[in-house]
Design a binder for this molecule. Structure first.
Ligand code: OAD
Length: 235
């Protein structure tokens, strides 16, 4: 890296949590190879069979609660703490492993299944361990509780803040994401068009590999910590 970047924007996906024991979506054996996302991750699926959808997220929530942050999450928390410039951390993940590793300002663009959302009035509250279709909303009492996650066909959260970060960043780094799901799959190209260098840290080339200036391949827990150390040494 020739000149040290001041502003760094990082996008993480399921691959960063893989070594914490949480499954990814599209790898061999991934969640969407075993389950049809149309039955689990759309507003229509929830309207058709809320119990089935909530059971799936109850199972995922339990898996997240049992998981621990891995060295990649810890390294990103250290970067946020010690980098003299600005670090913006955007995640597509609905787990809280970045926060438990110590990251403070995580942008959860796909929401979090540790929070419940009332589909009737929009109120949000901490999700109980087990959600049931007739749980009443604490604010309006409607029995329309759902996980506060973004489903296919819904608008991701915090897009204004993300667009501003992509526009201003000097370095964009994508970690553990297949580059398949929009709009996140377009962030590298947007950052590059605004003048940033782009780096991919992934197990293998992602679908949007052409949008990256540099790449390093390997498990996140092995390749993210040395990258962070190099960056901190250069800053
Ligand atoms: P995917 O499952 O599509 O991609 C995971 C990526 O991580 C792949 O490119 C893998 O090669 C890589 N990977 C796997 N293990 C890894 C490891 N140990 N270290 C580093 N990389 C590894 O997951 P996402 O790209 O996050 O959306 O999926 C994006 C969105 O699709 C998710 O947020 C979710 C899903 O449907 C919603 O639920 C709305």
């Amino acid at each position: 890296m020739s000149k040290s970047p001041r502003r760094i924007t990082i996008l993480t996906g399921a691959g960063i949590s893989a070594e914490s024991g949480l499954g990814t979506f599209r790898d061999v054996g991934g969640l969407w190879s075993r389950h049809d996302w149309r039955d689990l991750a759309t507003p229509r699926a929830f309207a058709r069979d809320p119990g089935f959808v909530l059971d799936f997220y109850n199972w995922r929530r339990a898996a997240v609660r049992a998981a621990r942050p891995n060295p990649a999450h810890l390294a990103l928390a250290r970067l946020e703490r010690d980098w003299p410039g600005e670090v913006t951390l955007i995640t597509q993940n609905v787990d809280d492993l970045h926060e438990r590793a110590g990251s403070r300002a995580v942008i959860h663009m796909h929401g979090t299944h540790l929070r419940a959302l009332c589909a009737a009035c929009g109120h949000r509250w901490p999700a109980p361990e087990v959600m049931a279709p007739d749980d009443p909303c604490p604010a309006c009492a409607a029995p329309r509780s759902r996980p506060d996650v973004v489903w296919f066909g819904e608008m991701p959260y915090h897009m204004d803040r993300i667009a501003a970060a992509l526009e201003a960043t000097d370095l964009f780094v994508s970690i553990g994401t297949s580059g398949t799901v929009q709009p996140a799959a377009g962030f590298a190209a947007a950052a590059r068009a605004a003048g940033a260098r782009t780096l991919s840290l992934n197990l293998e080339p992602s679908r949007n590999a052409a949008a990256f200036d540099d790449s390093r391949f390997g498990p996140a827990a092995e390749i993210v910590p040395p990258w962070v150390e190099e960056l901190l040494a250069s800053g």
